[in-house]
Design a protein around this ligand. Structure first.
Ligand SMILES: CC(=O)N[C@H]1[C@@H](OP(=O)(O)OP(=O)(O)OC[C@H]2O[C@@H](n3ccc(=O)[nH]c3=O)[C@H](O)[C@@H]2O)O[C@H](CO)[C@@H](O)[C@@H]1O
Ligand SMILES: C=C(OP(=O)(O)O)C(=O)O
Length: 419
């Protein structure tokens, strides 16, 4: 397994080009299953999760061409099983369920299982499809959905705000017979990007960006071209890196409107922020880093996918900052690793109380999930000495060329290849 070796005491400084959003690209790629014409996608990040999704699409019978941009043709899809071997490596594979059920009337998708950040059940996905007329059983570790003819439009009130749950049901509803209303829908920018993509192919989705989506089913979608939105979490991760290391950074090819809650907290932490239509500049030179209290919640509130990075910010800022995680029940796996680096963080249920420490010390640490891994890399840059971050396959799932980008910003980071 690959590791990162990071030399501490670096300031992240310079320009970085932000990639397309993983969490928008993945549902959009699964949505290509809804259509039998050719679809051209640009700004799709080159990531492990994207490679896994493309492999899954190919197993299902789609043809995929990558030549910088991506062309997907799902016209020949003839297989309806998303196998455990792929699903276990990427939870977003659950997004095959809605499109396959809608288009072919059958889908067998392996249950993704629990993961480091929590149990992550998919009951809302299943219940919504049942309301649309699918018969669903869970056997031998697979969700097996069947429907005679088309799914039927339905009124769905989501018990909790679920991002992929909303996406799965929205994709299914697009080809259903009649109108579907999804209430308490997720409003995350990635849900909006998927909805805009589907409408570009002829879907009829209204209420995009609100918590009530109204979808009038159509008989078929047509092909088209679409550009995936920039990655707000990658953007936020680089901004935090510059903020904690006292640097100055310009993120290009991003969209500041997608991460307002994060920018507000960075300003509260003492950073100077400037922004334009597709860029954000953060300057932390000669400024004092202050702790911030954050509480994760569904969009437009503070994103759980930025919680680990802000836990590091609080660990190195002067004073006490409190981090409350309300989305996932076990998303503090980075805390014991940060404590091993000398951070003074006390866990109290779903709250991490971060007090300031003189400095972090390099250590051997273990990455447990995607954003936890990113937070440990950032911590390594501001620590004294060398940090080894083990199991970085998590990072490769979601950050395109992370070490190339960090090296260009002055980070001293080296990939040590494992067997
Ligand atoms: C590929 C992708 O887009 N992943 C994102 C997506 O994950 P994902 O879509 O899996 O997360 P959800 O929004 O569904 O999860 C929110 C909460 O709802 C619960 N829940 C969800 C579905 C369900 O059927 N039953 C249920 O109880 C979950 O356990 C969790 O506590 O949104 C998360 C929350 O913003 C992000 O951290 C992930 O990066
Ligand atoms: C938790 C994340 O991704 P996934 O839902 O794919 O595990 C993430 O992007 O931070």
């Amino acid at each position: 397994m690959d590791k990162f070796k990071i030399q501490g005491g670096c300031t992240l400084q310079g320009e970085v080009t932000i990639s397309g959003a993983k969490n928008a690209a993945l549902p959009i790629l699964f949505a290509t299953l809804l259509c039998d014409d050719e679809i051209h996608l640009s700004n799709v990040p080159d990531l492990k999760d994207v490679a896994t999704t493309l492999k899954l699409l190919e197993i299902l019978g789609a043809s995929v061409k990558r030549n910088g941009d991506l062309t997907v043709l799902a016209g020949a899809v003839n297989h309806h099983v998303a196998p455990y071997e792929l699903v276990k490596t990427m939870r977003a594979s659950i997004l095959a369920l809605g499109p396959l059920t809608a288009r072919f009337g059958m889908a067998d998708v392996s249950l993704p299982g629990g993961c480091a950040i929590g149990a992550r059940p998919v009951n809302l996905h299943i219940h919504g499809l049942e309301l649309m007329g699918a018969k669903i059983v869970v056997e031998e570790g697979y969700i097996k959905a069947r429907v005679d003819g088309r799914l039927k439009g339905a009124h769905i009130l989501m018990d909790m705000v679920s991002v992929t749950g909303t996406e799965n049901l929205m994709m299914a509803a697009v080809l259903a017979d009649g109108r579907t209303v999804i209430e308490n829908a997720a409003r995350e920018p990635e849900v909006v990007d998927l909805a805009n993509f589907l409408n570009a192919l002829g879907a009829k989705i209204q209420g995009i960006g609100t918590n009530t989506l109204t979808i009038d089913g159509v008989e078929r979608l047509h092909g088209g071209a679409y550009r995936v939105q920039p990655d707000r979490i990658e953007t936020g991760t680089f901004l935090v890196g510059a903020a904690i290391s006292g640097g100055e950074i310009l993120c290009r090819n991003t969209d500041p409107t997608l991460l307002e809650a994060v920018l507000v907290k960075l300003e509260e932490a003492g950073a100077l922020i400037e922004k334009g239509a597709d860029w954000i500049r953060l300057d932390m030179r000669n400024r004092v880093l202050k702790p911030v209290n954050i509480t994760t919640a569904p969009y437009p509130a503070f994103p759980t996918d930025m919680q680990a990075q802000f836990t590091v910010l609080n660990a190195v800022a002067k004073g006490t900052g409190v981090v409350t995680e309300t989305i996932f029940e076990n998303r503090f796996m980075h805390v014991p690793e940060l404590v091993r680096m000398g951070a003074d963080i006390e866990l109290q249920g779903n709250t991490a109380v971060c007090r300031d420490t003189e400095h972090l010390c390099g250590a051997q640490v273990m990455a447990t999930d995607l954003r936890a891994s990113a937070s440990l890399v950032l911590a390594g840059f501001v620590a004294h000495g060398v940090t080894i971050v083990d199991r970085i396959y998590h990072i490769d799932r979601g950050y395109e060329d992370i070490e190339g980008k960090l090296l260009a910003l002055g980070g001293k980071i080296e990939r040590i290849r494992g067997e």
